[in-house]
Design a binder for this molecule. Sequence first.
Ligand code: B12
Ligand code: SF4
Ligand code: SF4
Length: 359
Amino acid sequence: MLPADGDRAAAIEARARALGFDAVGFARADVPLEDDHARYEAFIEAGYHGEMGYLADNREVRRQLDGAGILSGAKTVICLARRYAGAEPDEPAPGSTTAAIARYARGRDYHNHLRKRLQKLAAFVRTLGPDVEARAMIDTAPVLERAWAARSGLGFIGKNGLLIVPGQGSFLLLGEVVTTLTIPEAALGVPMAERCGRCRACLDACPTDAFVRPFVLDARRCLSYATIERRSPPPEDQWDALGAEHLFGCDDCQTCCPYNHAPRPPLPDDAPFRPHPRWDETSLADLVAADEPTFARLTEGSPLRRPGRQGLARNALVVAAARGDEAAVRAGRRHADPELAAFAERLERRQQDPRGEEA
Ligand code: B12
Ligand code: SF4
Ligand code: SF4
């Protein structure tokens, strides 16, 4: 028997929690974003997206969910968050490869395992009425995920731009199920007021001063962009900031946030986000020297595949130079890929002559 109108939200929430989601919120999908879309337009106009051309595509589609671009006739968006870090007793050893990987990326690729859970939730939603359509999304459609999550009352956007769920922090990933099913008004979330107060720890902690002002990030200056999304080598003026601890992604504007230090429930023991042992067994020199088949094996099912073999090797070289890891830098200089070898040489020259007086 189908749940009565008023019970639908409760049934969906129970199913989402059984699928491992830590927070669930509902919002109208047929009311377009206004302020958030204007912020997004301003971000693109300012060129803050850098080489991420895909962010500038489908600009109108990003305003709404109920058009043909996402799901015609959509009425509701179910916003979900899954926590991936925090409150674990076992931080990786400082100086290890694992410690230089952002927390979300130390285990399995969330695009794969969270998508499967979202698809299961979408399948469940389709059973809740005749002809109900539902589409699961996680970085897979041109959607402003944080803006919808904020509208659904999941949490608030902090000055670091991240969605923070009070009691859970910001080390969480977002996903959505958009559907033609309607949810009673009473179950829709109420957006939360921002709760940063006078704190500005994230703005001060950012190693590259990437925030133009609170809430607004110039992605071109963000180390996450430099190590994951950028296709060209990280610019020399970011090498020091990348330093010894930014092989892939950056958590600096989150580790300092008081919301990530408040007591939180422990993560489930079998969490797919648990650091994969392969990173403790892989040295920076291994990452630098890897040929395509080795890279494919090392990054199987891992977010670290995203920058490609050359990109990850370049990141490893920057970290190696900062750590004084000569074996890794040597592996770079001798690399069969002439671009990598030249990059390793530039790094080495800079180390010997940090002020560039040689030239
Ligand atoms: C492109 C992208 C990046 C880029 C650009 C980030 C950026 N700030 O724009 C780079 C590569 C730099 C990046 C980095 C990271 N990312 Co990213 N990224 C994305 C992606 C794919 C699109 C973001 C986007 O559209 N940016 C354009 C800007 C304009 O939109 P926005 O950042 O969403 O901002 C909106 C709201 O914040 C709001 N807003 C902005 N200002 C204000 C001010 C006020 C007062 C209010 C109320 C609201 C508000 O309006 C904006 C426009 O709608 C999303 C997934 C998605 N489809 O949404 C993941 C996503 C945002 N990333 C995520 C993560 C985890 C990260 C990193 C932590 C990874 C890491 N450890 O290295 C860092 C964090 C950097 C940071 N401080 O933002 C998560 C964030 C989860 C969360 N808790 O918020 C997302 C949602 C992926 C996911 N599915 O979970 N990312
Ligand atoms: S992820 Fe790192 S570099 Fe990017 S804004 Fe946050 S602190 Fe700055
Ligand atoms: S560090 Fe402070 S200012 Fe930044 S998001 Fe957290 S509470 Fe807000």
